[in-house]
Design a protein around this ligand. Structure first.
Ligand code: UDX
Ligand code: UDX
Length: 435
């Protein structure tokens, strides 16, 4: 099929490349000229495992192209996906200006002779956005244009996006027309996954409800971790024990500094806002946010208990990305931790396998030094903090780390290392919810 993706970021580019991989002819549109120029030169603007070779292979096969032109994209694709940002506003509500603008651009690019078009919202949006997109397209499109609007939320995780897209748990298609459903089933026919067909509003809600539930699991285990710390229990054993119950499951029960990233913080805030607006306040989710926000403060208090005053102390921080296997630092808890330690006068030396450039671009305090290797960051440090769950950090030679550090004091904010092994190596080791 001929498909178009508008917005070629983490979601759009990966989705487009995966559609091309299964044989569709895909045009990816982006209004950022520099990004499109980079893609046309064969370079990938983001780090996502497996994406680069996927893009190269499909560009070479003629199944994947890039453009800045929405009319060109709309002329190409029978199905036009919208994957532009839906950033949060200060009150938690979603800024839908990009979605609205793209809906208008699509509308004015449509002509009756192009034939039927399916306009699919892939971005995470509040329930009822599909109705607004349909109204907008109807208002700005010329007479005689045939189209339907569909909600097809994306569940990919950064760092494993290609695998998540090629082998999804489920495909959700929210549509109010049989013709649109048939087109969407053709789009997804090469994928082996259960397909759930719903109305548009339900599909939109599924995305917010799913992300909120996952965030709830993380906050739940993080508070259990606090109870473990207060009682001498081990949160990993507790998570294993409850996770063996199939009804609960072990995934998303890893205690740590809390969730970050471009999705969970904004989606939970958005869902709270939507529920308030609909007159059904979701106070449970406010508690999820509160627990999440408390984890960094709690962790800093632990560090403070040992270092006392942070002024002029050298602290090594391993991890800048919001999670492992990505260069993305949007709403990264690691960055928040660094900013707060730096604000109290600590001299931070930080390292990350992939996120040095993105962290630099995001802007860090002057007292933060970025280091190419974890070992370099650890040199002369009075404490080492692990802020992102990169497995890579567990493979560092800790004999050497111990030699390089001023004081062998480790605070593991992601429970990445084995406490007894670390103590055996001569470190004073602290983690989250584990004795
Ligand atoms: C975005 C949203 O943040 C998320 O809510 C949604 O679920 C999917 O799309 P992501 O792909 O991670 O997620 O965002 P980003 O990497 O910023 O990519 C968005 C792209 O859209 C950027 O390349 C941007 O240049 C482009 N864009 C933005 C347009 O092409 N047109 C616009 O009007 C605005
Ligand atoms: C999430 C959803 O998982 C995905 O389905 C949706 O499409 C987009 O939002 P993503 O934000 O890429 O994906 O990463 P995810 O793996 O969900 O991690 C989010 C955050 O939670 C990270 O900061 C991670 O460190 C944290 N996390 C995750 C935990 O603290 N504990 C866990 O057990 C799992």
């Amino acid at each position: 099929m001929k498909l178009t993706i508008i917005g070629s970021g983490y979601v759009g580019l990966t989705t487009g490349a995966c559609f091309a991989e299964v044989g569709h002819e895909v045009v990816c549109v982006d209004n950022n000229e520099q990004k499109v120029a980079t893609l046309l030169e064969g370079r990938i603007p983001i780090y996502e495992p497996g994406l680069e070779e996927l893009v190269h292979r499909n560009v070479a096969a003629g199944r994947l192209r890039f453009t800045t032109s929405t009319p060109e994209g709309v002329a190409h694709g029978t199905v036009v996906f919208i994957a532009v940002p839906t950033p949060p506003q200060p009150d938690g509500s979603v800024d839908l200006t990009y979605i609205e603008r793209v809906a208008r651009e699509i509308a004015t690019s449509l002509t009756p002779d192009l034939g039927y078009r399916v306009i699919v919202d892939k971005s995470t949006v509040p329930v009822k956005t599909g109705e607004k997109v349909a109204d907008t397209v109807r208002r700005y499109a010329p007479d005689g244009v045939e189209f339907d609007v569909v909600s097809n939320p994306e569940f990919l995780r950064e760092g494993s996006a290609v695998g998540d897209l090629m082998e999804p748990d489920r495909i959700v298609i929210g549509a109010n027309s049989d013709r649109a459903i048939a087109e969407m089933q053709r789009v997804y026919s090469p994928f082996v996954a259960p397909v759930l067909i719903t109305d548009i509003n339900s599909a939109e809600l599924i995305k917010h409800a799913a992300n909120s539930f996952l965030a709830l699991k993380i906050s739940y285990i993080n508070h259990v971790a606090r109870i473990c710390e207060a009682s001498g229990a081990d949160v990993e054993k507790v998570a294993d024990g409850i996770g063996m119950d199939e009804r609960i499951g072990r995934s998303f029960l890893n205690a740590g500094l809390g969730y970050g990233g471009s999705c969970f913080p904004k989606d939970i805030a958005a869902f709270i806002h939507i529920a308030d607006q609909l007159g059904t306040p979701f106070t449970l989710l406010k508690e999820v946010q509160a627990i999440n926000g408390s984890m960094v403060s709690h962790f800093i208090d632990k560090i403070r208990e040992k270092l006392w005053v942070f002024q002029d102390k050298k602290i090594a921080v391993w991890g800048l990305a919001f999670k492992a296997n990505t260069d993305d630092v949007r709403s990264s808890v690691a960055i928040e931790l660094i900013r707060r330690l730096a604000a109290e006068g600590a001299q931070i030396s930080a390292s990350d396998p992939k996120a040095l450039d993105t962290a630099r671009a995001a802007g860090l305090p002057d007292t933060v030094t970025l280091c190419e290797s974890p070992l370099e960051a650890a040199q002369g440090a009075e404490a080492l903090v692990i802020a992102t769950e990169w497995l890579h950090f567990a493979d560092v030679d800790f004999h050497e780390v111990r030699k390089q550090m001023h004081t062998p004091l480790v605070f593991d904010g992601r429970n990445l290392l084995d406490p007894s092994a670390m103590r055996h190596l001569g470190f004073e080791y602290h983690s989250i919810g584990r004795p």
